[in-house]
Design a protein around this ligand. Structure first.
Ligand code: NAD
Length: 270
C-alpha cells in the first residue's frame, strides 16, 4: 500500500493502454491499482505485467469495472465511446476522477458524461498533449485576427487503424477556429469533399483526413488568403505525450470540485 493516488487503466491492452501502463510505472506520484479489458479478451485473468511480456506487476486484468473503480482515485480511459459512457457513470459512483481520452463521442454520449460530471471530476480532451492544447489557443487567436477572406482548413493524418474521422484533435482545432471567427462549427463546416462540390463557402471551416501506416498524429491548420497563407502545425512522434498528459490530468483532478474539465484547465491555459 502507498499513500499515492491509485490509478485504473481501461482498455489496458490497447495502443494507449500500454503507453499508460508505462507512464504510471515511471511515475513517483501515482500507482497502478487496476487494469480493465473487455469481456472475453485473452488478457482478462492474467497479471497485467505478464500479459505485456514483462515482469508481474501484482495487478490482475479484470472485466469488472465496478470492482476495480471502487479501489481507485482515478480511472484513465482510452477505449471506445460505448465503453466510456458506461465507465463515466461507474467512476462517478466510485467518486474517482475519470480522465477520458476516447474520441468519436456523439452529442448523446456527451450528455451522459455531463450527467456523471455532476457527481465527480471528469477531464476530457480529444488530445492530451501540451503542444496541441497550445495550438488550439493559437488557432483561436489567428482566426479572430484574420477575416473571412482567409479560408480555414484543418488537415489531419493518423495511422491506418484509426476508426473515427475527423480526429478528435481536428474537431478541437475546428471548434477553436469557429470560436475565433464567431461562427457555429455545426453549420459552418465542410467535411469530405468529393465530385462536383461547387465552390468553397466563404467563412466555412474545412476538414480533410489522411489515414496510413503508423502515423501517430499530425495536424495542420491552414489559413489561406489572397496572395499568402499561414500554417500552424503539430506533429506527434510518440504516444507517450498523450499518456503523460492523461496522468497529469488524473493527478490535477484529485482536489477539484465535480465538473467536466478540459486539458486547457489542467494546463492552466484558459
Ligand atoms: P486501441 O484499439 O488500440 O485500444 C482500445 C482498447 O480498448 C482495446 O484494447 C479494447 O479491447 C479496449 N476496450 C474496448 N471496449 C472495452 C470495454 N467495454 N471494456 C474494456 N476495454 C475495452 O485504440 P487506441 O489507439 O489505444 O485509442 C483508443 C481511443 O483513444 C480512441 O478513441 C483514440 O482516438 C483515442 N486517442 C485519444 C488521444 C488523446 O490524446 N485524447 C490520443 C490517442 C488516442
Amino acid at each position: 500500500m502507498t499513500g499515492l493516488p491509485g490509478i485504473v487503466i481501461t482498455g489496458v491492452s490497447g495502443r494507449m493502454g500500454q503507453m499508460l501502463l508505462q507512464a504510471v510505472a515511471e511515475s513517483d506520484a501515482a500507482h497502478l491499482v487496476g487494469a480493465i479489458e473487455r469481456p472475453g479478451h485473452d488478457w482478462v485473468g492474467q497479471d497485467v505485467g505478464t500479459a505485456t511480456g514483462a515482469a508481474p506487476l501484482g495487478v490482475v486484468v479484470t472485466d469488472d469495472p465496478l470492482e476495480a473503480f471502487a479501489k481507485a482515485q482515478a480511472v484513465i480511459d482510452f477505449t471506445s465511446p460505448a465503453a466510456t459512457v458506461e465507465f463515466a457513470a461507474l467512476a462517478a459512483q466510485a467518486r474517482a476522477v475519470h480522465v477520458i481520452g476516447t474520441t468519436g463521442l456523439t452529442p448523446e454520449d456527451l450528455t451522459k458524461i455531463d450527467a456523471a460530471a455532476l457527481h465527480a471530476v471528469i477531464v476530457r480532451a480529444g488530445n492530451m498533449s501540451l503542444g496541441v492544447n497550445l495550438l488550439v489557443g493559437l488557432t483561436r487567436k489567428v482566426a479572430a485576427a484574420l477575416g473571412e477572406d482567409f479560408d480555414i482548413e484543418v488537415i489531419e493524418a493518423h495511422h491506418r487503424h484509426k476508426v473515427d474521422a475527423p480526429s478528435g484533435t481536428a474537431l478541437m482545432l475546428g471548434q477553436a477556429a469557429a470560436e475565433g471567427r464567431g461562427v457555429d462549427l455545426a453549420t459552418a463546416s465542410e467535411r469530405g469533399r468529393d465530385g462536383i462540390t461547387g465552390a468553397r463557402e466563404p467563412g466555412h471551416i474545412g476538414f480533410a483526413a489522411i489515414r496510413g501506416g503508423d502515423i501517430v498524429g499530425e495536424h495542420d491548420v491552414l489559413f489561406a488568403g489572397p496572395g499568402e497563407r499561414m500554417i500552424l502545425r503539430h506533429v506527434a512522434t510518440d504516444r507517450q505525450i498523450f499518456a503523460r498528459g492523461a496522468l497529469r490530468a488524473a493527478l490535477w483532478g484529485q482536489d477539484k470540485a465535480p465538473g467536466h474539465y478540459s486539458m486547457a484547465d489542467v494546463l492552466g491555459l484558459d
